[in-house]
Design a protein around this ligand. Structure first.
Ligand code: GLA
Length: 631
């Protein structure tokens, strides 16, 4: 039976080298990196945005004063360059389709018959900064649909108040990028979510209905392909109208429409959750939507757990432990570092948080690896991040309001436990070293972050889980997106404790993970556990960037979290579109098989796991155990 399957798979592989068939087969290797690299986000974007500081109550004075504060405080020279105008800038869409700025709030825009942001972006550029603008993928904006007491709402007739991109993509994007010279755009998604025919705003005649494409409560109802197509169209328009100038395209879909799977292919950063609030529990919610998604981020496209709320509420300067935790976690996880605080009021203590150059350096590390969740519990989490210079960063995070004992462990760092590990505490500057394990106490809500160097367990190579920024789950095998049930459910300020409470709503459950099997299970094949590797579902294809490595090795098999009697899975290693190695079909319970391939000179290595029964709603979890590239 096995031999037969193998032969059949071999035959189908031969057929699949025909281009037409290849196009139809999502597992057919392409020899290229398919995640987005257009635009200008080789590192997570850094800057400031108006929303968390001012909501829509914005004006030119606030924007320019914030920009000046970035420069005067030295934060701009640390990398905080984007100054992003969020909701609240637009007055109306004129009959000829042109968007009109609120010149009462932005007086420099009043230059004749066609108000323009060009004077403002020129000022920001002259200050050495970059400028960001905000729009919506639908006809109407978030503020119009969801915020009744919003200042600066668009005015006029129903048509004049349709300020979103829907039906105006080319014209608006040309205006923002070619005419107004913006460098960044955030495209929100409320207009394709909140205006069904029976919405009160539609029935009252305020806005036109737009059949929702996004339903936060139901992925089954959400039209993922249509949502993706709209965002893709905007991406293409930006490419055209930026005319070779660098830009950043920020997708704001709050983890809906399965965007955690495809945002990386379309934008430069993509929101994974609903809005952050200045509350500890809500920060945890947003954090949880990115922690297991290291493989879905990398140079060019980053996971965005939302803007920083350092400086406000639970993260103000009377709560510096919490402020440092929020900042440390965002830095480790390669979140865009977008300050959401009124910088005109910045205290030295808050300046010291935003301005911790060693933390910023972790976020801006050239290797672009989002930290991997190395230890997980509801109380303490440990994150490890491989840096470009071969050293590591490790963060231990206390989620709770009580002190807790924790350990820095050489094993979790994939450093040898029998050799010295040197640590530098990035908040205190203290140096120390240990062997094996270092016990430490975490204060309530504290995060300790260290730079660590020791003797690598794999001296001549990198485990794939150490280079998540260079691994792209082009097909992650998830047959139908599911909401992630492990994300912290917090009390939202907009609901309080009304209704039935929070529930799983952010898609991303069951995707590819570093050092874990899908659904947060252990990597284990026929009883043999692996503390490193990539876990993914069958019917998947991973793209791996190879920068000068000679060999690929892994121990492969169906993960023990699968099911008895499931269909066998064949593992293939490809290099630049050429098949280099293939396993026998492997069933549930079969011991791991070693797969090795010579990848010298191959730029893109692809790892395909194909189940014999083809597309299925219940693909087996599979393990690329010890997966590594070797020099
Ligand atoms: C949505 C976004 C926020 C902000 C507001 C503006 O809620 O998620 O980040 O842009 O809209 O109205």
């Amino acid at each position: 039976m096995r031999a037969l399957l193998h032969a059949l798979l071999g035959a189908s592989l031969a057929v699949m080298s025909v281009p037409a068939a290849a196009a139809a087969d999502p597992l057919a290797p392409t020899g290229r990196w398919s995640a987005n690299t257009a635009g200008q986000a080789p590192l997570p974007p850094m800057g400031w945005a108006s929303w968390n500081a001012f909501n829509s109550d914005i004006d030119e004075e606030k924007i320019l004063a914030s920009a000046q504060a970035l420069v005067d405080s030295g934060l701009a020279s640390l990398g905080y360059r984007y100054v992003n105008i969020d909701d609240g800038w637009w007055l109306r869409r004129r009959a000829d389709g042109r968007l009109i700025i609120r010149t009462d709030r932005f007086p420099s825009a009043a230059i004749g018959a066609d108000p323009s942001f060009r004077p403002l972006t020129d000022r920001l550029h002259a200050m050495g900064l970059k400028a960001g603008i905000y729009s919506d993928i639908g006809r109407n904006s978030c503020g119009q649909i969801y915020t009744p007491d919003f200042s600066n709402q668009p005015e006029g007739t129903v048509a004049e108040r349709e300020v979103g991109l829907y039906g105006h993509v080319d014209r608006d994007i040309r205006l923002f990028f070619a005419d107004w010279n913006f460098d960044f755009i955030k495209v929100d998604g409320c207009g394709i979510r909140g205006l069904p025919a029976d919405a009160p705003h539609v029935r009252s005649g305020m806005y036109r209905a737009l059949t929702p494409l996004v339903d936060m409560q139901s992925l089954g109802v959400t039209d993922v392909a249509a949502v993706r197509a709209l965002y893709q169209e905007v991406g293409e328009a930006i490419r055209t109208h930026s005319r070779g100038r660098p830009y950043v395209y920020s997708i704001c879909l709050w983890g809906a429409a399965d965007v955690r799977q495809w945002g990386k292919d379309v934008g430069n950063m993509s929101r994974t959750s609903d809005d952050i609030q200045p509350s500890w529990a809500r920060m945890l919610t947003n954090l949880d939507t990115v922690v297991t998604r290291a493989l879905y981020a990398g140079p060019g496209a980053w996971n965005d757990p939302d803007m920083l709320f350092v400086g406000t509420g639970d993260f103000d300067d009377r709560h510096l432990t919490q402020a440092r935790s929020h900042f440390s976690l965002w830095a480790m996880l390669n979140a865009p570092l977008i300050i959401g605080y009124d910088l005109r009021r910045m205290t030295p203590a808050l300046r010291a948080v935003f301005g911790n150059a060693e933390l910023v350096a972790l976020n801006q590390d050239a290797a672009g690896n989002q930290a991997v969740l190395a230890y997980d519990s509801d109380q303490v989490q440990g994150f490890v991040k491989m840096l470009a210079d071969g050293s590591k960063a490790v963060a231990l995070f206390n989620r709770t309001a009580s002190p807790v004992q924790a350990l820095v462990s050489a094993d979790q760092l994939k450093l040898r436990p029998d050799a010295d590990v040197a640590l530098r505490d990035l908040w205190s500057g203290r140096q120390q070293s240990f062997r094996g394990e270092l016990p430490l106490e975490l204060a309530p809500h504290e995060t300790r972050v260290f730079r660590a160097s020791g003797t690598r367990r794999l001296p001549g190579g990198l485990y794939l889980s150490e280079m998540p920024g260079s691994v792209n789950p082009a097909e992650d095998g998830v047959p139908q997106p599911e909401a992630d049930p492990t994300i912290e459910r917090s009390i939202t300020p907009w609901m309080g404790t009304r209704g039935s409470g929070e529930h799983a709503q952010y898609a991303g459950w069951g995707g590819a993970d570093a050092d874990r099997a899908p659904y947060r299970k252990l990597l284990r094949i026929a009883g043999r556990a692996f503390d490193t590797g990539i876990g993914i579902l069958a019917n998947s294809r991973l793209e791996v960037r190879n920068s000068g490595f000679r060999a690929f090795e892994a121990d492969v098999g169906v993960n023990d979290s699968g099911r008895q009697g499931s269909s066998p899975v064949t593992f293939e290693v490809w290099g630049d579109g050429v098949l280099l190695a293939r396993s026998e079909p492997m069933g549930f319970g079969d011991p791991a098989a070693r797969l090795a391939a010579d990848v010298a000179g191959r730029r893109i290595v692809e790892l395909v796991a194909r189940s014999a029964d083809g597309a299925t709603l219940a693909p087996s979890p599979v393990t690329w155990g010890n997966a590594a590239l070797l020099r």
